[in-house]
Design a protein around this ligand. Structure first.
Ligand code: SF4
Length: 338
């Protein structure tokens, strides 16, 4: 449920690189987007498209070196996180912005009871005593649907199932009432029934707390069911961004069209061969000069491999703006007369 038009988070021209022995990897290249209050903003794309690096850059969790945030602005309520000092960042991490990851087992400390792990952030950010924080931890475990929360709070992560561990992570993440929750592939490691429960929980928490969410996924079904707005990433750039309905109804970028055509559909004959995008994602150390999708694109024109397409803005049919980076939608294409 989006409230107002002012962004909670505004990312502008973000570029993150990694210096490797093979060369400079342009993992994120000139990415811009806004997330409004209560909005669920989906980021989709293949592995290596820059989804996770974008989100790690927002919280400045990129290992530096070899990583480097080369340029850009990350504004949280108008304050640039790239200019924040370490103390200010610590207050943001787990305070205004929380993050949950794909595999909760690697994010939880196996040696600490879960109540202590939840309590830690509450002591740091809200100044609660250990006793108060552990009491609040039990309330949070109840809020995310963990039965018998008083007893389970005293247990260790290995005593929880995968779905219950992800609920513990969500309890930790919402403990300080964040303005923004970043969920990076939160259900990939879970089976489908538990996936649906966790996604439903995130949606409910976003609605009841008017909490904004950035949801990173490669699952277009999850995007369709959860998100208000979607950004499609390819080779470190956002190639298309729109409200969810117009994007699914009428994808404009050939890469988005290919992703949607690759999803199995119940109304297709079982004998029909499932579409797959030809080729493989490019090497981010050695990107082609023009559109990085050109070697895989069936609509490629000569200009596509010479010059990177500009960002085209258009109305998405519901009064909202959509953007697409593709020469097919440019009014003036050098060398082409329409
Ligand atoms: Fe295809 Fe050209 Fe559009 Fe790139 S710019 S997606 S190569 S048509």
């Amino acid at each position: 449920m989006i409230i107002g038009t002012e962004p909670v988070l505004s990312v502008r021209n973000l570029s993150t690189r990694f210096m490797t022995s093979s060369g400079t990897v342009k993992a994120v290249d000139g990415v811009s987007f806004d997330v409004r209050k209560g909005e669920i903003f989906g980021i989709v794309g293949e592995s290596g498209s820059g989804k996770s690096v974008t989100n790690l850059s927002i919280l400045r969790l990129i290992p530096m070196p070899p990583g480097q945030i080369a340029e850009g602005e990350i504004m949280l309520y108008g304050k640039n996180l790239l200019a924040a000092n370490e103390h200010e960042l610590q207050m943001v991490r787990g305070g205004s912005i929380s993050m949950i990851f794909q595999d909760p087992m690697t994010s939880l400390n196996p040696l600490l009871r879960v109540s202590l792990q939840i309590a830690e952030a509450l002591e740091l950010h809200h100044g609660l005593s250990r006793k108060e924080a552990e009491k609040k931890a039990v309330e949070l475990l109840k809020a995310v649907g963990i039965p018998d929360a008083e007893r389970r709070a005293q247990e260790y992560p290995h005593q929880f199932s995968g779905g219950m561990r992800q609920r513990v992570m969500i309890a930790m993440a919402i403990g300080c009432n964040p303005d923004l929750l970043i969920a990076d592939e939160p259900t990939t490691a879970l089976d489908v029934t538990i996936q649906a429960q966790i996604l439903d929980l995130i949606r409910r928490l976003s609605d009841t707390r008017t909490m904004s969410v950035i949801l990173v996924t490669h699952d277009l079904g999850v995007v369709a069911g959860m998100c208000d707005t979607v950004a499609v990433m390819y080779a470190g750039k956002i190639v298309e961004q729109a409200s969810v309905d117009p994007l699914f109804r009428e994808p404009k970028h050939p890469y988005t069209q290919g992703l949607l055509a690759s999803v199995p559909r119940i109304d297709r004959a079982w004998s029909e061969r499932l579409y797959s995008i030809p080729g493989a994602p490019p090497n981010l150390v050695d990107l082609p000069p023009g559109c990085a999708f050109a070697p895989r694109c069936e609509h490629a024109m000569p200009i596509c491999s010479q010059s990177y397409p500009p960002q085209i803005e258009m109305d998405d049919g519901s009064g909202n703006k959509r953007t697409v980076r593709c020469w097919l939608h440019a009014d003036n294409v050098p060398g082409v007369h329409r």
